[in-house]
Design a protein around this ligand. Structure first.
Ligand code: PLP
Length: 396
């Protein structure tokens, strides 16, 4: 059986290579940050492909907070939360998250993938309905698969289609509209105002995944709901501690207290997986303190994003999305995206090309992500390299 398995796996791997969708991993031998050192000698590489939007992954105060939490509370809990895995720092962080989002309560998970895997099944029954944007993150799709509610998938950000589906779903007890706040492949932002209006009209609840929004969208970095003025209309937020909020790991749900209480009783990734390690809790907690003290970091990221988007557009590139630090440089052709990304790395700029099946056919792109810790010179060097490489390969 092992030999047969090996043959089947080899053939599957060959198919992946043949389809050109093989994902390889570049090995970094330094901290996460705007400048990286790669294994094999690549030093001083400019990094434009991390979700480290605020540069907090290597912030000295964030690292110090992690070390202090490690010293005081140990390496880990060797337990799930409800057996003997809850420390005061877990409760403090949950309170801080709820306060940050102006919600009643919050619950921590090992990741936002887990938060998304755990919420739909715990909340929705066959009497209910969930309406999901077709381009929602894989973890929302998987979470919805696990629940027994009636499932509706509406066209990406298409409010007419959502309304039709909401009308159809009126027969169910409860309706939950689920959307990413910001979509990571296109850098586009969900039309939350319109979604909330429809939700009100058809008596539905709104759930948003804020992984690419928490900490930096909106005047105080609260997220898409703050940016679009609907903080009081969105009922449930799931987000990550693994991107802008220090970048270590962890996720959470924040919303009404009875919902959070129910998740503590019913949500399987919460009940059956280890507590967040103290060092990770320390990082996220400090990141939130820094953001609640001042919105200067988030503002500086917005200015850098504006610089990159306007210079690239002036150079002749098409950048998808609007005002978001995810800046997809649209190229169309999959091979062009791959060779240009490789050539960018030869010039010391680390960016990644995405093509089918990660994005639709004919919509290949290089996704650039801006961070508050990029300097203006870093941004300008990236634009210059894109211009050179784009001219060389006929993209401009
Ligand atoms: N939701 C979205 C929109 C994401 O982009 C990601 C991560 O890529 C996740 C959820 C999962 O987050 P985590 O890394 O905390 O599991």
């Amino acid at each position: 059986a092992t030999v047969a398995l090996r043959q089947r796996l080899e053939s599957e791997l060959e198919d992946i290579r043949g389809a050109g969708t093989w994902k390889s991993e570049r090995v970094i031998v330094s901290r996460q940050g705007p400048h990286l050192r790669l294994a094999g000698g690549g030093a001083g590489i400019l990094n434009f492909c991390a979700n480290n939007y605020l540069g907090l992954s290597s912030h000295p105060e964030v690292i110090r907070a992690a070390v202090e939490a490690l010293e005081k509370f140990g390496a880990g809990l060797s337990s799930v939360r409800f057996i003997c895995g809850t420390q005061s720092i877990h409760k403090d962080l949950e309170e801080k998250i709820a306060h940050f989002h102006q919600r009643e309560d919050a619950i921590l998970y090992a990741s936002c993938f887990d938060a998304n895997a755990g919420i739909f099944e715990a909340l929705l029954t066959p009497e209910d309905a969930v309406l999901s944007d077709e381009l929602n993150h894989a973890s929302i799709i998987d979470g919805i698969r696990l629940c027994k509610a009636n499932k509706y998938r509406y066209k990406h950000m298409d409010m007419q289609d959502l309304e039709t589906k909401l009308q159809d779903a009126q027969k169910h007890r409860l309706r939950l509209v689920a959307t990413d706040g910001a979509f990571s492949m296109d850098g586009d932002i969900a039309p939350l105002r319109e979604i909330c209006q429809l939700a009100q009209k058809y008596d539905a609840l709104v759930f948003i995944d804020e992984c690419h929004a928490t900490g930096f969208l909106g005047p105080n970095g609260r997220g898409t709901d703050e940016l679009l003025g609907v903080m009081d209309k969105v009922t449930i937020i799931n987000s990550t501690l693994g991107k802008a909020l220090g970048g270590a790991a962890g996720g959470y749900t924040t919303g009404p207290k009875p919902l959070i209480d129910l998740l503590r009783q019913r949500s399987r990734p919460y009940l059956f997986s280890n507590s967040l390690p103290p060092a990770v809790v320390g990082c996220a907690s400090k990141a939130l303190d820094l953001l609640m003290e001042s919105n200067a970091i988030a503002q500086s990221m917005a200015a850098k994003t504006q610089r990159f988007r306007s210079k690239m557009t002036a150079a002749g590139f098409t950048i998808s999305g609007k005002d978001h630090p995810i800046c997809p440089v649209m190229l169309g052709d999959a091979r062009l995206a791959a060779v240009m990304a490789e050539d960018m790395l030869n010039r010391g700029i680390y960016v990644i090309g995405f093509s089918y099946p990660v994005v639709p056919k004919g919509k290949a792109r290089i996704r650039v992500q801006i961070s508050a810790v990029h300097s203006d010179e870093d941004i300008d060097r990236c634009v210059e390299a894109f211009t050179e490489v784009g001219r060389k390969h006929g993209a401009l």
